[in-house]
Write a protein that binds this ligand. Sequence first.
Ligand code: GLN
Ligand code: ZN
Length: 751
Amino acid sequence: MNTSVIGYPRIGKDRELKFASEKFFAGAISENELLETAKNIRKEDLLKQKEAGITYISSNDFSFYDNVLDTAFLFNIIPQRYKDLGLSDLETYFALARGYQGERGNVKALAMKKWFNTNYHYLVPEIDDDTVISLTGTKPVDEFIEAKELGVDTKPALIGPFTFLKLAKFTGSKKISDVYQVLTAEYVKLVSALASEGAGLIEFDEPYLVRDLDDSDIGLFKSIYSEILANKNGVKILLQTYFGDIRDIYADVIKLDFDLIGLDLVEGRKTAELIKTNGFPSDKILVAGVVNGKNIWRNDYKKSLSVLNDLGVGNIVIGTSCSLLHVPYTLENETKLSDDYKKHFAFAEEKLSELKELADLYGTDYENADQYKKNRALFEGRINSEDKAVQAEVAAITDSDYVRLPVFEEREKIQKEILDLPLFPTTTIGSFPQTQDVRKNRQEFRKGLITKEEYIEFNKKKIAKCIKLQEEIGLDVLVHGEFERNDMVEYFGEHLNGYLFTEKAWVQSYGTRNVKPPIIWGDVSRKEPITVEWSKFARSCTNKPVKGMLTGPVTILNWSFPREDISIKESILQIALAIRDEVLDLEANGIGIIQIDEAALREKLPLRKSDWYSEYLDFAIPAFRLVHSKVKPETQIHTHMCYSEFTDIIPAIDAMDADVITFEASRSDLQILDSLKENNFKTEVGPGVYDIHSPRVPSVEEIVNALTKMRAKIEDSKLWVNPDCGLKTRGNEETVKSLKNLVAAAKQIRG
Ligand code: GLN
Ligand code: ZN
């Protein structure tokens, strides 16, 4: 029985790619040194998979930043403003990803969006009327050859043209219908280039097929692939889908001349049913995605094998449900977690063994096999993870716990009077630069090299300085700076019962940014007050209002590896009750403004509209309200969200019933403003006036322009002025300059 992996993590086992890239950005290493690091990572990843006995291994799954950007680059979809910089190819590539500010010019990065329902972000390709789509790159071919030279025969993995076009932004008058034929023809050339290098199988990733598709989408997909499949050049083609089922197009897809079809049997709720009702052609191979590429729990062999057996398909390859990019490298890196826990987990490397074991077991009398019995035992016994008190508290929640009174309009009046802020109040999203000294202090404390008192003392000095800096800059609502936090979820998780932590379980979020999601092991409750002391101290340093800073329950859950033995809803409610305790503690300690970040609210929104409310928003939004429903009318609740599309869930966001919301807008050209207006958005808003994901300093004029656009859509009395996200990844110098310009812009508009 054969196995297939859609994609492997590419950041390096010890995040080598991040460190090398950052050095390259800082001018500390050469382009060649960076290329060398990348090559070593690819080599290690390929050999790892080969040693594990995987049949179909992908090449071209590596990326310096993002695969969608790679695809744009491959086909010369590079807006002229980046070409005009006259940089090297790799530097141009990074200019698209991160923006460029230097002697050659000043250009913003492409917009960044969440990759389907994951915490990975892709760069949105821009196609304008001057774009000449043409296969000018060679990455897939180069990486195929490189793998072949290492003795690994790979399937080049490509983002398919359908998904690519659906994700691209058309900035001129051209539409998909104007360009798809040209793009398809260039893909055909690529297939032929790969064929002449000896590729036997090519993978086309088309995750967009799991979304709601209309007739024109289906028509487009068929036109594109009839062309590609008519020009296979002797290569076999794998259509790979993931993140759900392809119910709108399954019947059409199986009629096309694909040789293999990859379907997701983990997230694809209807995949098995589709196969059973429509059948699966006997001349094709099904790549059955049963090993979860998104979560870290061991595969339940009993379940997977019975799913596979029930399909009634003859030709099966055991596959991952999606790219393993979304899970950490290897459990081998975890030295502190006891084996009692570890044996329940599988990271990318361990998933390779699972694929192999499943392939060995499938089709045999597996119930007596050792591997099977060992796997069964994991699901029969587990260290106790229950907390009856929490379960009872969740069961006792009533409808009124989800409602904050008085209503928004009344609170708004009360708060304006009490807070007495100027028009267009200025603020930040919470974190200030996490400079070397800040990280060092935290690390030394963790390692026991400094005492708790020393650790606290250092942070207090930082807070005092940060407050002073904000006063000097002239901001209106201050923050303490979040120096105590490594990360907005792990930090909270550490103060909650029911959480487990890893040392090196990093997962790529965007570019060189990786996150280390904690694991929800059991029932969740708050151990002790979490942020209260820091906020109290910050407040004591100033007469201006200081915002308390928390992470909301939906984000905590979405950025953790969730349990699979209880529902997501149950888990979110447990977390909401824990964060509610913290909100009420902050309020009791005199913190009059509290921000509850829901950066990842949209992340788990089902990909199909028909599931949005019933499968998610109907419990996620009330869970947020549960967190703040008990505060006093004068306590102002803020929330914050980042990089994703909100336009279509504006009513749900308003229903969170926060008093103020700040969000990312600068990278998506302020589209969201129209939607706010159309929906009569009641919550006060701070659409980010500049992009913090790049070191570029926005000018006063640029911010004034952004604000002017905002004022056309948002009432003056509701508009806040702030950057689009936390400043922790930025340096001090650029931060101070940017914020000074921000304050100057607000003042100019007030005048
Ligand atoms: N309060 C957090 C910060 O400023 C929010 C981070 C985020 O939205 N990703 O860092
Ligand atoms: Zn943010």
